[in-house]
Design a protein around this ligand. Structure first.
Ligand SMILES: C[S@@+](CC[C@H](N)C(=O)[O-])C[C@H]1O[C@@H](n2cnc3c(N)ncnc32)[C@H](O)[C@@H]1O
Length: 344
């Protein structure tokens, strides 16, 4: 890619734009090899396409053409005799690779990917195309599709370690009870409580989601320090915490809905309490940033959005909070908010 600000020659510009226009072919091919678990099948070896195709029960020629495309994209190395081995990017599709993106691909594929064919609807209306394509909002759809919901929760959990570092690494001294609002299947709370033996936790999420948490919390040895509560954060969130966590929650919702969740948290938060928000913060410039991609994904999927620091300040102020600090992390930022005395 050219340096930002350096004009491309017409020919190069044409090619660059074509590559982007046809980018979904690359995305979909990555989804296919992920589904076939080609990266795990290769491991550290070079293997022939015929062998791989036989093992997966797929068409050898079609698999060869898919792997050839992805070799050109840096996922594989193609050998002289129709054999392939993993390259640096492909390594990240291995299920056990450090920082594996296997589950992330599952999140971007399937029901989410189909929605993107109708993304213009979201631009015309500001509403989620998911509802148009699947006939109901995303979280309602997940409630009706237990297998997809389990995959969704597993994918979210797999991303926790990478995107929660600023939260896990903050100073937890002086905190007694942390409430993870929309805490999914408990991965973040399990990790945090394992690292901080003095902490107690409350896991709060939709009733059908928290049922999955029992095993994870027990496995991590923190079950006896955790209370599991099922409910709806638009109605209320559990009281009794001195820190409330909203990790990747508010970006799922539009302003009005996000205000509703924040107001539920405000009602539960004691005067000395802190609200920790773990989210992306969109930089206020025109440079590439992953949050700008996720922002549109949130729009088409949920009618939600990523926010700039200015947006965050005003959303928090409108719900009776004051943004105390923003700590930028590589994968997400940690915002700490306190009750705004004047707004109480
Ligand atoms: C993007 S996931 C984030 C999960 C987790 N906090 C993390 O960082 O991985 C959003 C979570 O919000 C939960 N959720 C959605 N609607 C909810 C509601 N009305 N009440 C409580 N939780 C809800 C979902 O079940 C899901 O676990």
């Amino acid at each position: 890619m050219s340096e930002p600000g350096t004009p491309l020659q017409p020919q190069a510009a044409n090619q660059e734009l074509r590559r982007r226009i046809m980018g979904y072919i690359v995305s979909q091919s990555i989804f296919t090899v992920n589904e076939l678990r080609i990266a795990d099948r290769l491991g550290g070896e070079a293997r022939s396409v015929t062998d791989l195709a036989r093992e997966c029960g797929v068409d050898a020629d079609a698999l060869h053409r898919t792997l050839r495309l992805l070799a050109a994209e840096g996922l594989f190395h193609e050998g002289p005799t129709g054999s392939f081995r993993l390259a640096a990017l492909g390594e990240l599709l291995r299920t056990e690779a450090p920082g594996s993106l296997h589950e992330f691909v599952n999140l971007m594929a399937g029901e989410s990917y189909r929605v993107w064919a109708e993304s213009a609807y979201s631009v015309r209306t500001g509403k989620p195309a998911f509802d148009l394509v699947h006939g109901m909002p995303h979280f309602n759809w997940l409630a009706e599709h237990p297998d997809a919901a389990r995959d969704f929760n597993r994918a979210q959990a797999s991303l926790v370690t990478q995107r929660s570092l600023p939260l896990l690494e903050r100073n937890w001294q002086g905190v007694k009870t942390v409430v993870d609002v929309g805490g999914g299947n408990g991965q973040l709370l399990a990790t945090l409580l394992s690292q901080q033996p003095h902490l107690e936790g409350v896991l709060f999420d939709l009733p059908h989601v928290v049922t999955e948490a029992q095993a994870k919390l027990t496995e991590s040895g923190v079950r006896d320090r955790t209370r599991i509560v099922g409910g709806d954060f638009f109605a209320e969130v559990p009281t009794g915490g001195d820190v409330y966590v909203l990790a990747q929650i508010l970006h799922d919702w539009n302003e009005e809905q996000a205000l509703g969740i924040l107001r539920s948290c405000r009602k539960a938060l004691p005067d000395h309490g802190r609200l920790l928000i773990l989210e992306q913060v969109i930089p206020e410039d025109d440079e590439p940033h992953p949050a700008k991609l996720l922002d549109l994904h949130m729009l088409v999927l949920l009618g939600g959005r990523e926010r700039t620091e200015t947006d965050w300040r005003s959303l928090l102020a409108d719900s009776g909070f004051r943004l105390e600090s923003v700590e930028q992390g590589a994968r997400s930022s940690l915002m700490t908010a306190v009750l705004d005395g004047a707004a109480r």
